[in-house]
Design a protein around this ligand. Structure first.
Ligand SMILES: [Zn+2]
Length: 255
């Protein structure tokens, strides 16, 4: 048992009793962890507004051992996720984009496995989703691709997974989902499940991996480019999660 401090984003809330909740955080210092927040459901509870979904807070908690619940003792709000402010026309859709981020972090990271870069990516993405002139679909694709890259599941975007030939303009490639790679035309087999991806989309995805969330938000994509990039990312994410993300059905994916 030890007292710990962390900068953390609320990614899940589950009711525990009449007045308490179990909160799942994604933190800079510890990665994902859950903690019991006693009194969190009371209007004038000890944490007040510091535990809204996707809020960034500075928290103090008692870390328990042997599988018992960690106990939250303090939470101070640092930044609230505000995609529905004035000047943002698709605010509701951006809110769903935030829920999608939270679902991916919850499903694709392990408890107490620190990933500070992923934390930075998440706070930067939430900030971009609250910035009026950022393009929502570009910000989402950037997060998907960067997350896959950081957890080591991004397909190699430079060469064929079988023969190693480079991905070049005007060649036809297929995303081979089960092996997490791209296949050139001559290595493609009927029995490999996959869908064709254009070299244009692969080029965009490469650019995304080299951009910050803020810069990526300024990349203007056509509807078909966005759809193609998002489809490849979702195939890889679905493979990693073992199911299609549930929040995707609420997300309107238009540029
Ligand atoms: Zn090949």
């Amino acid at each position: 048992m030890s007292l710990e401090k962390a900068d953390a984003i609320v990614i899940r809330q589950v009711d525990f009793s009449e007045s308490s909740r179990v909160i799942t955080f994604f933190s800079r210092e510890f990665g994902k962890f859950g903690a019991l927040a006693k009194g969190a459901k009371r209007l004038k509870g000890p944490f007040e507004a510091g535990l809204d979904l996707l809020s960034e807070c500075r928290v103090v908690f008692i870390r328990k051992t042997h599988g018992t619940l960690n106990l939250l003792t303090e939470s101070r709000l640092m930044a609230r996720f505000q995609p529905q402010q004035q000047g943002i026309s698709d605010g509701l859709n951006r809110l769903y984009a935030g829920y999608y981020l939270a679902e991916l972090l919850n499903g694709l990271t392990e408890d107490f496995d620190p990933a500070p870069e992923l934390y930075e990516l998440t706070t930067a993405t939430l900030k971009s989703l609250s910035t009026p002139d950022c393009q929502t679909s570009s910000v989402i694709i950037h997060f998907e691709i960067s997350l896959l890259q950081q957890i080591g599941l991004l397909p190699n975007l430079f060469e064929c997974a079988v023969c190693g030939c480079p991905v070049e303009q005007n060649a036809r490639f297929v995303h081979w989902v089960s092996q997490g790679g791209l296949l050139c035309q001559s290595c493609r087999r009927e029995e490999y499940a996959g869908s064709t991806v254009s070299t244009g989309a692969i080029e965009i995805l490469r650019r995304m991996t080299e951009s910050s969330a803020e810069l990526a938000g300024r990349i203007r994509l056509t509807g078909s480019q966005a759809e193609e990039c998002h489809k490849l990312a979702v195939s890889a994410i679905t493979g990693a999660l073992g199911r299609r993300p549930q929040t995707l059905r609420y997300l309107q994916f238009t540029p």
